[in-house]
Design a protein around this ligand. Structure first.
Ligand SMILES: *Cc1c(COP(=O)(O)O)cnc(C)c1O
Length: 231
């Protein structure tokens, strides 16, 4: 199947899963993860209706961002950073990303605030939570995530829009369900504390292997790479 057929199919799945779960399909963003895609494939995805692109490395993101910006002279496409962010790359990151999914320390939040301020931007971010507790994963433990959110409330040039997690790789997508549910519960808990006056609305969870389960558990952004670009 081609890229546009894949996108069409996933959009239909989003539609029917949302209908079943009783929420609006517009609440779920299909983020196309382009880390293994070339410019030609990315353009095809945009032509097929994709408005959100995700990269995990700053350098590749800059190259692709520039190529796509030249080709599509519209403000329609949004860029998401989904990979680990080092402090020394923050300056570049705030220039191109609409949403940074991978804030995993107070220090990083502070640096993003500082660099965003320099370019007069309010940077939207998500807090990455290591909900499964796997040692190999980036992300804050749930308790630490709550602390970082509380402390970051004073940073005027970042806006915490929600939470992000990566479920462990598993043969069965059902194995991810409890982690997605826990992230949703953490969101409710944080919103109950009223640390921000706007509330956390975004749940970035689910990849090619488990996005259907993620939607059932309340994902508002699913991050799909292979499911779109692998033919
Ligand atoms: C690569 C990646 C994805 C997409 O994974 P696929 O299995 O290709 O859908 C999603 N989120 C993150 C953080 C990634 O690094």
């Amino acid at each position: 199947m081609g890229i546009s057929e894949n996108i069409q199919r996933i959009k239909e799945e989003i539609f029917s899963l949302c209908k079943k779960a009783g929420h609006s399909p517009e609440e779920v963003t299909l983020l196309a993860v382009v880390k293994e895609a070339d410019i030609f494939q990315i353009k095809k995805a945009i032509e097929a209706g994709i408005c959100d692109l995700g990269e995990n490395k700053i350098q590749s993101a800059i190259v692709k961002y520039n190529a796509i910006r030249l080709a599509h002279n519209t403000g329609r496409v949004k860029w998401h950073l989904i990979g680990h962010l080092q402090s020394n790359k923050v300056k570049d990151a705030v220039k191109i990303f609409d949403l940074i999914h991978s804030v995993d320390s107070e220090h990083l939040a502070e640096e993003i605030n500082k660099q965003a301020k320099k370019i007069d931007k309010i940077q939207d971010v998500l807090i990455q939570v290591n909900i499964s507790g796997e040692k190999t994963k980036f992300g804050l433990k749930p308790d630490a995530a709550v602390e970082v959110i509380k402390k970051s409330a004073e940073f005027k040039n970042i806006k915490i829009k929600g939470l992000m997690t990566i479920a462990p790789l598993a043969g069965d997508p059902e194995e991810a369900r409890s982690y997605f549910r826990k992230l949703h519960q953490l969101q409710d808990e944080v919103n109950g504390l009223r640390t921000t006056d706007y509330g956390l609305r975004v749940l970035s969870m689910g990849m090619s292997q488990d996005y259907k389960v993620a939607i059932e558990e309340g994902a508002t952004i699913i991050r799909v790479g292979r499911g779109i670009f692998q033919q």
